[in-house]
Design a protein around this ligand. Sequence first.
Ligand code: 5GP
Ligand code: ZN
Length: 114
Amino acid sequence: MSECIFCKIINGDIPANKVYEDDKVIAFNDLNPQSPTHVLIIPKKHIPSVNYIDENNSDIISHIFVAINKIAKEKGLDNQGYRIVNNCGELGGQTVEHMHFHLLGGRQLQWPPG
Ligand code: 5GP
Ligand code: ZN
């Protein structure tokens, strides 16, 4: 996936401010933060979106959520509360076609979203 911007971050071809990494996922600060904490958590393996999750690869989802839990605790968000967002496809607002979860925190978030 040579043209994928997040694969380039994984490969180190594009710099990113990493906040977490293990063998399966990395997490880094969003370039255009929407809240005081805005971290993107992505699988190291290229998966375009949640549309591509099935019985064979769904383990990555639980792995990502364990990572989110660790990052939220490290940033002191666990007691304040935070939001996890996944945008899927055009109407869902997905702009980067490498599945990612947004971890947003540090301010009161509104609901419903726009
Ligand atoms: P989406 O709209 O696909 O759910 O979210 C994509 C996110 O990736 C956006 O919040 C955008 O700011 C972020 N983003 C796009 N390109 C880069 C980049 O090169 N580096 C970082 N750190 N974030 C990026
Ligand atoms: Zn990718």
